[in-house]
Design a protein around this ligand. Sequence first.
Ligand code: ZN
Length: 191
Amino acid sequence: MQVIPKKSGTSFNLKKGQQLKVIDIEGKQVSDILFFNANDVNEKVSAGKTFDYEETILLTKGNALYSNRSQKMVKIIEDTNGRNDFLLAPCDMKTFKHFYNMDGYHPSCFENLHKNLEPYGIAPDDIPSAFNIFMNVQFDSNGNLKVLTPTSQPNDHIIFEAQMDLIVAMTACSAKDSNGGSFKPIGYQII
Ligand SMILES: [Zn+2]
């Protein structure tokens, strides 16, 4: 297993047919993940297309994540926790200022995604909403949103199967409230 240290990120290639296992090593830790077509980075994972085709906003085992060109990018073939979010955008410096009134530098998912995607020619403005593994976003019938502590326990994991050759970027999220008040690492394994 590879380990993404707390408040950081990584990127790598995943070939069609390969599986990616993402592990919440200590529990209650979110990982933002993005998928791009390795042969054309203008094709990327899309929350809107995924909700449209899967007819749900709660994505877990049995669902696929779709691209902005309506192609399946990954299938979720295992999900031991079962709660993920695809509504909220990656945390950044301005969200920290808004929600925590923090000034000055703080690592963020947005920075950790764009830093790791830069070598592939992907610019910050090309980063879409990420699939937020283990993130516990609740909503009521009026549409009000709340970010709660993840329900994931140590060693809970999700497995994606690539449906095309992919560039993957992922983080160990740096937003306190999303992670139950503490920052932890995230594990992953290419199978
Ligand atoms: Zn984050």
